[in-house]
Design a protein around this ligand. Structure first.
Ligand SMILES: [Zn+2]
Length: 64
């Protein structure tokens, strides 16, 4: 299952959700912190190119 990172434009919170592509298209996620739906999708963990300040440096287990 792909893990997507989201960024809330209302409060600046960054959160991750595991979503199917269908779920990703069907609805915009509400921020778990402030409830705003002004969220935007960031990089998925499959495509982390470095430079993110939220990365824990963990190894990605690429098998689902
Ligand atoms: Zn928020």
């Amino acid at each position: 299952m792909p893990l997507f990172e989201f960024h809330c434009r209302a409060c600046g919170s960054v959160f991750e959700e595991i979503l199917t592509l269908a779920e990703l298209d069907s609805a915009r996620l509400a921020c778990p912190r402030c409830g705003s739906k002004a969220t935007e999708r960031g990089l998925s963990t499959f495509a982390t190119g470095g430079g993110g300040d939220g990365g824990c440096g963990g190894g990605s287990s690429g098998f689902s």
